[in-house]
Design a protein around this ligand. Sequence first.
Ligand code: ADP
Ligand code: MG
Length: 272
Amino acid sequence: MCTLLHPKRSPSVTAEPLAPHALHPTPGIAAATTDLSKVHGSGDTRVVALDRVSIAFREGEFTAIMGPSGCGKSTLMHCAAGLDPVSSGSVRIGTTELSTLDERQLTELRRDRIGFIFQAFNLLPTLTALENITLPMDIAGRKPDRQWLDRVVSMVGLSERLGHRPGQLSGGQQQRVAVARALVSRPAIIFGDEPTGNLDSRAGTEVLGFLRDSVRELGQTVVMVTHDPVAAGFADRVVFLSDGRLVDEMAHPSPDRVLDRLKEFDTRARAS
Ligand code: ADP
Ligand code: MG
């Protein structure tokens, strides 16, 4: 199924038919946007960060979002995750249309159905690794499934470090805690914004490997914003944004092919 609705590289200037998933939630789709637009500011400071972006993220798939700085990657992630209100269009998480939710329901949806991994690890320094991992579920009053917790912790290689506080862990280990924290509640989807941006390449490769394992072994759905072709090479699919629009996508990316595609965009941008 084609989940990228804009035809390859054509600008989305004309009205296009709504995607089927806009009308009926499609089985196997973890999250989707339809004609999602986001405008920041007004008047002289008005910026169209997203221009009618329609995209679906399939369950159990690892998607990387790429594009030049300022093209709208973080905005897309924030809108798709219900962190930022949209200007127009729709966002669904599973079968839930976010515009139908009030603030409290939205907070619950983010807490219960979405996992987040940010560039800054966002761990609480006074809590142990284990307490950080279970914190969102503790707040929600839910008990983590012990077997699942053990599996997640051992998958990210933290079994020996659960009693350590973030200050006693390396950057890579701290981000592994953040990965485990995102995974432990079995969210419908995990969003990561440059999750390896603060890590050296070895620690980054490890974290990317764990994210890929979570997709392969645990069936997790992951969407990751990155500017790094090597990181994108871990994904099943790369989507390319430019000036707030989806312009291309690539299945089974390799770092070399991603780099070549980015160079083509650069060349075309300079020529136009
Ligand atoms: P990326 O993550 O691809 O670098 P962003 O999504 O952060 O891009 O930003 C897209 C565009 O929206 C940029 O032009 C940016 O300056 C603008 N933008 C992002 N957030 C805000 C904001 N809170 N207020 C005003 N403009 C913003
Ligand atoms: Mg960004």
